[in-house]
Design a binder for this molecule. Structure first.
Ligand SMILES: Nc1ncnc2c1ncn2[C@@H]1O[C@H](COP(=O)(O)OP(=O)(O)OP(=O)(O)O)[C@@H](O)[C@H]1O
Length: 633
């Protein structure tokens, strides 16, 4: 019982901190400041409006200037439509329903355009996303109630009160395109009655395996829809596309982060427009909008009979819209029932279109990055859960240090791996890294069980190149600095760029520019990234290959891979303080992005305080991959 009470407390702390940070960013800041922080579109112009379900008005707007500014507005987020003459008063709240480049649609909680909208000074402001927290909170409360009931067996298993069970009557199947550990995983998923856990280290084909498993599950469950969710829209998009490529009927709930034709065709909106019943709804909608436009011709200031006339027209429009709503609901139910797979984000699993739909099986991908309270939203909709991810890579970002320390950063995946090892299968063969790049990660995180597939085990940029190097800056006096709250090391950055430069010169002799390998330069420290970016961009010899180089923090590279990876560890001090570097899961992500070459630059004297780095450095010494920075000076 205390299990969910504790989570509810942690979630409350997190919500308060998140809200406080949001307020700090928005309160007392001008429109220009909020715009610079990516929270506001201003100015905007109205490009159209139409009635939508529930007597709401959907307005399409365009950002008319400042297109170069990045912003955090996304479909599904709560926002406010405001007039800048009197922003306190002139505001209507709503939800962003579509977003494409510099245009968005916002569904407002009103049935007609407010008067202030006739004035040109309009904008859209992002609101704090209370909805996600409300959904998480409600899910935790329901889970707590279910836990006390006899039928709450899945909840009891996930919280460690019961053990999962497996069918023994199934004949294992073997799919030729899957390797042995992938097939084992597939069979574990099929035989699980309540829970299976897929542990997928970097490059081991987790997505490939899940897609095949979902296909097989769909057959096993007689085509009843399977719910597939992940914490981010990007992850949901990837799975939706792959599942559809395999011929499954996929319905994507919510709005994709990326707009591709294939993906758009899977969305509910798109499928609705193709539905045979939609023509009817469209005709009705058009009629309702005509009534509404007629009503608008009567201004509020007119006499009584005009006001009555206006009201009658609005009433008629609303009546028709109700009918539209019913037809649309019918279409939605039909599409949901016919889908083999429904995909959404964790919170999107409670989208109004599927809110009351129950599933036999739910798959949570990227569970290693999912906030536990969010996982409970889809879990409550299912009888069987598949958790897939890697708890040895980055965990979800938590805003409140207090909540993180008290346990919110521990994922459900991690807890379940510890509670139910019998439900876990490890994908053991990876298709990304040269075996030398893989070895340290495999030893520290995966009990030395990872194998490099033959096609990659010996992969190199060119014959005789070395796939791994640790370059030791100890004794070079490359001292770290503190820039705000972020550590930097300008000397180390300069050294890295110089090393890269020499290596690139060598590469250019062997590989043509258009087939040039991809390069990542990674550091855990934001300010170090800025310095590195600046130096790379100002190195004349690197100009022609700049499009092949990406410089960014570790977090932004999760899930990606590059041919060459340089890591700037940055820390170098007499005290042996390594701060952020002690988060070895983050370093696991950094070190496992490289396909053919990994160069790690750091100060062994500072790093010696950590077993993780000490073992890494020892390993590079054993295989002759250790160098001193002196050799390059
Ligand atoms: N059984 C297999 N045989 C050959 N290639 C495979 C196999 N499984 C996966 N791969 C290849 O390995 C690569 C990674 O696969 P996939 O995208 O499924 O992995 P992932 O584990 O989801 O990746 P990530 O590490 O980014 O999470 C792909 O190029 C895929 O084609």
């Amino acid at each position: 019982m205390d299990y969910f009470k504790k989570l509810l407390d942690l979630l409350k702390t997190e919500r308060e901190e998140d809200h406080a940070q949001y307020r700090k960013l928005t309160e007392q800041s001008s429109v220009a400041e909020r715009r610079a922080n990516g929270l506001t579109w201003y100015p905007i112009a109205i490009r159209g409006s139409e009635m939508s379900r529930g007597d709401y008005l959907t307005v399409e707007v365009e950002r008319t200037t400042h297109h170069e500014l990045s912003h955090q507005l996304r479909a599904g987020m709560p926002a406010v439509f405001f007039g800048n003459h009197d922003p306190q008063k002139d505001r209507v709240e709503g939800t962003i329903s579509h977003l494409n480049a510099n245009r968005l649609k916002i569904t407002l909680r009103t049935d007609e355009l407010p008067d202030f909208a006739r004035d040109g000074k309009l904008g859209i402001d992002l609101l704090f996303d209370d909805n996600s927290y409300d959904e998480m909170q409600a899910a935790l409360k329901s889970a707590n109630e279910i836990l006390e009931k006899p039928e709450g067996s899945l909840v009891k298993i996930l919280t460690g009160e019961k053990t999962p069970t497996f069918r023994t009557d199934l004949h294992p199947i073997s799919i030729p395109k899957l390797n042995e550990s992938q097939n084992n995983t597939l069979n574990k998923i099929l035989s699980a009655n309540e829970l299976a856990i897929v542990h997928g280290p970097p490059g081991t084909g987790k997505t490939t395996t899940l897609v095949q498993a979902i296909k097989a599950l769909s057959k096993q469950e007689n085509k009843a829809p399977i719910l597939v969710v992940a914490p981010s829209n990007t992850a949901v998009d990837l799975l939706s596309e792959k599942l559809s490529e395999e011929g499954l009927n996929v319905l994507r709930i919510g709005n994709p982060a990326r707009v591709s034709e294939r993906l758009v065709a899977l969305t509910l909106d798109h499928k609705m427009t193709d539905h045979p019943m939609m023509k009817n709804a469209k005709t009705l909608k058009k009629q309702a909008n005509e009534y509404r436009n007629m009503a608008h011709k009567y201004k509020r200031s007119f006499g009584k009979s005009e006001r009555d006339q206006r009201k009658a027209l609005f009433d008629e429009a609303h009546k028709i819209m109700k009918e539209v709503g019913n037809t649309e609901q019918y279409i939605i139910d039909d599409l949901v029932a016919k889908a083999q797979v429904i995909t959404a984000t964790l919170v999107g699993a409670n989208h109004y279109t599927i809110r009351n739909v129950k599933f036999q099986t739910t798959i949570i991908d990227e569970a290693g990055q999912a906030l536990e309270p969010a996982c409970w939203i889809p879990i409550l909709k299912a009888q069987k859960i598949i958790l897939a991810g890697d708890h040895c890579q980055l965990s979800p970002t938590i805003k409140s240090n207090e909540a993180a320390k008290a346990g919110l950063s521990t994922t459900l995946l991690e807890k379940c791996v510890a509670l139910h090892p019998e439900a876990v299968t490890l994908l053991e063969e990876q298709y990304r890294m040269n075996e030398q790049i893989m070895a340290h990660s495999s030893k520290i995180f995966y009990q030395n069980k990872l194998k490099a597939h033959d096609s990659v085990a010996k992969r190199l940029l060119f014959a005789d190149d070395s796939p791994l190097a640790f370059i030791d800056t100890a004794g070079c006096s490359f001292d770290e600095k503190l820039d705000g709250t972020s550590s930097t090391n300008p000397d180390e950055a300069a050294f890295l760029v110089k090393h890269l430069n020499i290596f690139v010169e060598e590469l250019k002799k062997k590989i043509s520019t258009n087939q040039f390998p991809s390069i990542a330069i990674i550091s855990p420290y934001k300010q170090q990234i800025s310095i590195l970016k600046e130096q790379v961009e100002h190195t004349p010899e690197l100009q022609d290959i700049l499009p092949h180089i990406s410089v960014n923090t570790i977090d932004s590279f999760q899930g990606q891979e590059r041919d060459i990876v340089y890591i700037s560890l940055t820390r170098s001090n007499a005290e042996g303080a390594i701060g952020f570097l002690s988060d070895i899961r983050r370093m696991n992500v950094a070190m496992t992005r490289a396909r053919k070459k990994l160069v790690v630059i750091g100060d062994s004297a500072t790093l010696a305080s950590s077993d993780f780095y000490e073992e890494f450095i020892n390993y590079t010494q054993e295989i002759g991959a250790y160098q001193s920075a002196w050799e390059w000076m």
